[in-house]
Design a protein around this ligand. Structure first.
Ligand code: GLY
Length: 305
């Protein structure tokens, strides 16, 4: 029987004890990853996730999230959701309460209201200030940007800045895997932009038979490579977790020079992580640990082209 474990992106460390308490009392991987994600979503100091996440170019916080049950392959996702505190729980409700897999924008908000999800003002004073500073650097103000008919020139000037996102991959006492990813996405993005986090197979995937993987960084690369599903397929083919993490970053590097990170967890609780940027960490905690551990992600630089 494996020791229950949760693996996360480095910014997920504060959420791990909550999930580990669930696993320690025999709870499910699915409950654990949702609980972990909610901790980070509610933390206004993480400017890449949930409340306090950076807004789109119009100052609206649009949240993406997905959850995967590795045993049943049930999944739920929301994208460009505005005005709710816990997109991960809305994603789980999409999975469990409706006939669909993904809801976006106004439809996602309507669904969140219908199920009684907690509302929130996700643009904080701090992230509003960052947004206004970003606009000022582009010669704009909140009033002027809202009058603009063309946003593309402004968005093109914000390229590849501040991605963030948080991942959680959990293995429970029964050997079941689940994964959750939640994010405010690319800071100052074009309204309606959807990243990899809610795209199952791109930013998030798990299969109780083989393992789990999730991505952070420039989500367009994960969508183009279907990174998380490809990583799990490589586990299924017998590659080690560290080899899978390395190859996932190498795939991203083959496309473009943009920040990209992955975490990988096997059915035995082995884990690994890799990145193409210096100084990135990942985190994990088992039911035998008193606190979360962190370690540097293995660096896979892009190299000269
Ligand atoms: N990886 C998060 C995003 O690109 O939205």
């Amino acid at each position: 029987m494996p020791v229950p474990i949760i693996v996360a992106s480095g910014n997920g460390a504060p959420g791990l004890p909550v999930g580990i308490r669930i696993l320690a009392r025999g709870g499910s991987a699915l409950d654990a990853v949702e609980a972990c994600a909610k901790v980070i979503e509610a933390d206004p100091t993480d400017t890449s996730v949930g409340r306090g996440g950076r807004p789109n170019v119009l100052g609206e916080v649009e949240l993406d999230a997905s959850i995967v049950d590795g045993t049943t392959h049930r999944t739920g996702a929301v994208a460009a959701l505005q005005g709710y505190l816990h997109p991960i729980s809305v994603a789980r409700a999409v999975m469990e309460r409706g006939p669909h897999v993904m809801l976006v924008g106004e439809g996602a908000a309507r669904f969140a209201k219908e199920i009684g999800a907690s509302k929130a003002q996700n643009l904080t004073a701090a992230t509003r200030k960052l947004w206004v500073e970003r606009l000022r650097a582009a010669g704009e103000t909140p009033a002027s940007i809202r009058r603009r008919s063309k946003l593309l020139p402004i968005v093109l000037n914000t390229v590849r800045e501040h991605f963030g996102t948080v991942n959680f991959l959990a293995l429970d006492r029964k050997g079941h895997l689940a994964s959750a990813v939640t994010t405010s996405g690319w800071a100052y993005k074009y309204p309606g932009r959807v990243g990899d986090s809610p795209i199952v197979g791109a930013g998030n995937y798990c299969d109780t038979r083989y393992g789990a993987a999730a991505c952070t960084g420039y989500g367009e690369l994960a969508i183009r490579n279907l990174s998380a599903k490809t990583a799990v397929d490589r586990l299924a083919a017998g590659m080690r977790a560290d080899e899978v993490a390395h190859s996932t970053i190498a795939d991203a590097n083959a496309l473009e020079d943009a920040a990209f990170n992955v975490v990988v967890l096997t059915t035995k609780g082995e884990h690994a992580s890799a990145t193409n940027r210096e100084g990135r960490q990942y985190a994990w905690m088992t039911t035998e640990m008193k606190e979360a551990a962190t370690a540097p992600r293995a660096l896979v630089p892009r190299g000269p082209r």
